[in-house]
Design a protein around this ligand. Structure first.
Ligand code: HSE
Length: 309
């Protein structure tokens, strides 16, 4: 069969939770994974480690699941993955795969690409909306699921913050990170979080680094999850010494993020982190308003940008 390009999908890396916004807040970055889909006689996957080049691959699995939910029959594909996002977890790598698979299924379906439908399908596969919402729409999002539908709202993010993403050379499974948390929390903890999540979104929207520093202190998940990240304490201290405004576990880890009020502070965090261990993946990232974009074989481009929600 001819290896014709059907279309390609580009999806941004994301950070879920943003500290105090557990399972709600998420932020898209200017670091993107690219996926290309071609018709093929049998499943072929390249551009990723060989352990992912089989029919357990998340892009393929998401495509098949989405086809099933849309009442369509999956067809074999040649999938090419080009992703700079580390596999250690926490920077939305799996969400990019899920969204790419869902996008392929939607693109082939009668209805075509639809970001709202993509969000619902991807959330059902991923289990929570805080990575997939910013990955689809870009920017800073707050999401919740109501009656099987994901409701996503956008929050402005001020220019000027730099995000130092730090991924250690080991991973944390989301399932383990969720199991590490208590199943119930006292009302005082809920009150602690509610006030702070509003303050953090406000601080990010207005560029108030002082408010961010005071408010971005989580009691819901990070105290339990940091034990799963052996370098957490040392890296947190490295970020504090460099005057980062906040230091959070990105998603369920193992990646972490230092939020800095200037590129100079970000560079200092980076230098200090490298002194903790020299085999870290570290990049200074900026928030990105560009969500998922799809390029079809007729060169039609669908972008989901800040203005479209
Ligand atoms: N909000 C989810 C969690 C994100 O923290 O478990 C997982 O990627």
């Amino acid at each position: 069969m001819q290896d014709d390009v059907i279309f390609s999908v580009s999806v941004p890396a994301t950070s879920a939770n943003v500290g105090v916004g557990y399972d709600c807040l998420g932020l898209a970055f200017n670091l993107r994974a690219h996926f290309t889909f071609k018709e093929a006689d049998e499943l072929e996957i390249d551009g990723c480690p060989s352990r992912f080049q089989n029919d357990d691959n998340l892009v393929w699995q998401a495509y098949c699941t989405a086809c099933d939910k849309l009442g369509d029959e999956p067809t074999p594909k040649h999938i090419t993955i080009d992703s700079p996002i580390p596999f250690s977890g926490g920077l939305g790598s799996s969400s990019t795969c899920v969204i790419a698979g869902v996008a392929c299924a939607l693109q082939e379906s009668h209805s075509g690409w639809d970001p709202e439908r993509a969000l619902d399908l991807a959330c059902r596969i991923e289990g929570h909306p805080d990575n997939v919402a910013p990955a689809i729409y870009g920017g800073l999002t707050s999401s919740f699921v109501e009656g099987g539908h994901t409701v996503c709202s956008r929050i402005k993010i001020a220019c000027g913050f730099s995000f130092v993403a730090i991924a250690p050379p080991y991973s944390v499974q989301t399932e383990d990170a969720r199991l590490a948390m208590p199943s119930e929390v006292p009302v005082e903890t809920a009150v602690w979080q509610m006030g702070r999540v509003v303050a953090v979104t406000n601080a990010l929207a207005t560029g108030n680094a002082g408010l961010l520093s005071t408010a971005c202190v989580d009691k819901l998940h990070e105290p339990y999850r940091k034990k799963l990240i052996p370098d957490y304490d040392a890296l947190r201290e490295a970020a504090r010494m460099a005057r980062a405004s906040a230091f959070v576990i990105s998603g369920s880890g193992a990646a972490m993020i230092a939020i800095c009020e200037s590129p100079i502070v970000a560079q200092a965090v980076m230098n200090n982190a490298r002194d903790v261990r020299d085999d870290l993946w570290i990049q200074i990232l900026e928030p990105s308003l560009a969500g998922t974009s799809i390029t079809c074989d007729d060169n039609t481009i669908h972008h989901n940008t800040f203005d479209e929600i």
